[in-house]
Design a protein around this ligand. Structure first.
Ligand code: SF4
Length: 385
């Protein structure tokens, strides 16, 4: 079995929207891992080591050479705490850590590695599948209708030989842990449904997978799909969509728009802007890589920017210099963040409730956000409690 699936669950959010993306991305494989993805790989290793009760020390190198830092250890603690809270004292025997699952229900070329998964039994006798996805990046990922988790769940149910009847009596708790991205629902977010409630999404995945593996997959430029598509610099469909978006600027429009036209135009232009951004960032990355490789790309060049002025001598030497000159060069002492403080207290087995009396989360001014119907779907989603 190849290292990466042609239809990887981690890019299911893309190929379910644009079937062509699977083959086009395969034609442009990642040549070198970005610093962010190296950091993510190292953080996953730290979590795994902590779950196996071999916590690495700060400064130690992960297998990919990235140094372990305090943030990675804090993230591992958040993951471990959530797993323990969900599974109870026997969590270690129940937990499956980073093991591949095949997903033939969707397609023979669809498999992947869920971060952590486990089965338990609820008080009323129903089975419960717990599926965790740990994201170390800072870009917000939603757990509700998360295609990667939906795809993994299909694989886990198949692996456990749960049939259609069993799906109606199986609760699925999909959990997304994102310690470094602020989200109003917290760093751990959960979407709990009856397994049978996911059938419509599995059908969509299955149809998209058939399309993606057909002789002529459908190309559907879409802001979410194109944003990080590896082929966005080479995709004719996105190029045309971006040109058409740019062309709209020269069209005349009504000046005083009625509410429906206003909402529609704003939504369309936002979508067009996202497609243009995807195309531009893809071309930028490609031009940068070509110039780095020695090719000439007309109108563009690479240059280094000056970084921030930073000390080249150890801190005690700098502080001693300040003392000698009668100037205090030390930074004022600052407390760690309330979230970090709570993590520390929990680690020391102390109650973290006192922190709430010393900290709050101010509400920001209300701003315009797209209404994509998610709130309504959440309200009407079936209860599994
Ligand atoms: S760039 Fe967009 S339209 Fe083109 S293959 Fe990728 S996801 Fe599809």
């Amino acid at each position: 079995m190849a290292e990466h699936a042609f239809l990887a669950p981690s890019s299911a959010h893309r190929w379910v929207r644009c079937a062509l993306s699977a083959s086009l991305e395969a034609a442009y494989p990642e040549t070198e891992a970005s610093p962010a993805s190296m950091e993510g790989t190292a953080a996953h290793w730290v979590v795994q080591e902590c779950l196996y009760r071999r916590p690495p020390e700060i400064g130690m190198q992960a297998p990919n050479g990235v140094a372990v830092d305090a943030q990675m250890l804090e993230a591992a603690e958040i993951v471990s705490d959530d797993i323990r809270a969900a599974l109870g004292p026997n969590w270690a025997q129940m937990l499956v850590v980073e093991q591949r699952v095949v997903i033939p229900r969707i397609h023979a070329q669809n498999w992947g590695t869920p971060d952590y998964r486990a089965w338990s039994r609820l008080g009323d006798g129903r089975l419960m599948l717990h599926a965790w996805d740990f994201k170390y990046g800072k870009g917000i990922v939603e757990v509700f209708e998360n295609w990667q988790l939906i795809d993994y769940v299909a694989g886990c149910l198949g692996e456990a030989k749960i049939d259609g009847f069993g799906e109606q009596n199986t609760v699925v708790d999909m959990r997304l842990i994102q310690p470094r991205a602020f989200h109003r629902d917290g760093v751990v977010r959960s979407w709990k449904v009856l397994a049978s409630d996911l059938r419509a999404q599995w059908n969509r995945l299955e149809m998209a997978a058939d399309d993606a593996t057909s002789a002529q997959p459908t190309c559907s430029p879409d802001p979410v799909a194109c944003k990080h598509c590896r082929a966005r610099h080479a995709c004719e469909g996105l190029q045309r969509a971006a040109y058409s978006a740019a062309d709209k600027g020269s069209q005349r429009g009504a000046l005083d728009l009625p509410p429906h036209a206003l909402g529609l135009e704003l939504r369309t232009l936002k979508r067009d802007a996202a497609l243009l951004d995807a195309r531009i960032s893809g071309l930028e990355a490609e031009a940068d890589a070509r110039i780095k490789a020695g090719q000439r790309v007309p109108f563009w060049t690479r240059e280094s920017e000056l970084g921030r002025l930073s000390w080249t001598r150890p801190a005690p030497e700098v502080l001693a210099l300040g003392q000698m000159m009668g100037v205090d060069l030390a930074q004022p002492v600052e407390p760690i963040t309330p979230t970090q403080a709570k993590t520390k207290l929990r680690a020391a087995k102390l109650p973290d409730t006192l922190i709430d009396a010393y900290a709050n989360r101010p509400t920001s001014a209300a701003k315009l956000v797209p209404d994509d119907g998610i709130k309504a779907r959440l309200t009407f989603a079936s209860s599994v409690a």
